[in-house]
Design a binder for this molecule. Structure first.
Ligand SMILES: Nc1ncnc2c1ncn2[C@@H]1O[C@H](COP(=O)(O)OP(=O)(O)OP(=O)(O)O)[C@@H](O)[C@H]1O
Length: 306
């Protein structure tokens, strides 16, 4: 087992009588890209704010780089970079000036660091442009640059790709991959964009109503999640009832792209096609999709939803 970067034991946070976190036991090892998944209000931001010292636990224990005591934790936090909320930027200043401002706050003397972090987040060319002219993707990357100023070993990112366009999402992924693979930075990242998270994460934690219901490695997820057959047809309803009736398929649904989805374990593709085509139902396309995070998550919280 690699050294632990972050660990909680029975961590609980209550706001009044409501639990935001309940008896959370979570572990992040050095080198993990830990994808944190849960519904709105599940407790992801609260946990990240606990790491940052912005929220104080009601009970339980938190450890950062093996440090648990209050003063040690404050010191350990200097090795952590945070992008928890939309970064506070001065719009009339350019990226270099904004970073200079944060250098003063963090007590960073080495001004060469500004150029380094701008290069890491691919903003070198835009370094002298006023941030009021930045796109959301550029602002998020500058927020990440601020988080990187103090050479963090651990990055905590709360929905960093939320609201970004496809190019912005890919840019952010490439930067995070570079940080993880070439600089050995450990990352905790939350996102509702599960398809994207799956491209990045090496481990997942699933939180539901303040409880960590599962921690699983990317490899374990792939082994345990199901492959799915997807079928596109303009006659969805007729196709669904036909397949249910003729093949006694229970676990059949429509995915977000509007295609019919059947677990591979429950049916044979040839049989499905034969049934549909014999009844004159046109099939526009079919596909066998690899196990994915979205299905795994939906199966996991099945019956536990709101
Ligand atoms: N300052 C606060 N005072 C009272 N309740 C709070 C406070 N902050 C968070 N909560 C509550 O704690 C619970 C967890 O919220 P949290 O923001 O951590 O969820 P989240 O998983 O980050 O959600 P989202 O995906 O919407 O960002 C929610 O029920 C929320 O309403």
């Amino acid at each position: 087992m690699k050294p632990l970067v972050f660990e909680t034991r029975e961590l609980t946070k209550k706001y009044g009588s409501a639990f935001a976190l309940q008896h959370l036991n979570m572990t992040i090892e050095e080198g993990d890209i830990y994808g944190f998944v849960g519904e709105n209000g599940a407790g992801k931001s609260t946990l990240m704010k606990v790491i940052g010292g912005l929220v104080h636990p009601t009970s339980g224990e938190v450890s950062l780089f093996g440090q648990r005591e209050k003063q040690e934790l404050i010191r350990a936090r200097r090795q952590v970079g945070f992008l928890i909320e939309t970064p506070s930027l001065y719009p009339h200043m350019n990226a270099e000036e904004n970073l200079g401002f944060y250098c003063r706050i963090f007590g960073i003397q080495d001004k060469a660091r500004i150029g380094e972090v701008l290069q890491t987040v691919a903003l070198t060319d835009a370094g002298s442009k006023k941030t009021s002219q930045y796109s959301l993707g550029m602002r998020q990357r500058l927020g990440l640059a601020i988080a990187l100023l103090n050479h963090p070993k651990f990055l905590v990112l709360d929905e960093p790709i939320n609201g970004l366009d496809p190019v912005g999402i890919v840019d952010m992924r490439r930067i995070l991959e570079l940080l993880a693979h070439e600089q050995g930075v450990t990352i905790l990242i939350s996102s509702h964009i599960l398809g994207e998270l799956q491209l990045l994460a090496t481990k997942y934690g699933f939180i539901h109503q303040g409880r960590l219901i599962k921690e699983v490695s990317a490899g374990e997820l792939l082994q345990s999640a199901q492959s799915m057959i997807t079928i596109s047809t303009p006659h969805q309803a007729a196709a669904m009832s036909l397949l249910k009736e003729k093949l006694q398929l229970e676990d059949i649904s429509i995915n977000t792209a509007g295609a019919i989805e059947i677990p591979k374990a429950a049916a044979d593709l040839e049989q499905l096609m034969t049934v549909l085509l014999q009844q004159g139902i046109p099939v526009e396309g079919f596909n066998l999709s690899a196990p994915n995070l979205e299905h795994y998550y939906m199966d996991l919280i099945g019956g536990k939803g709101q």
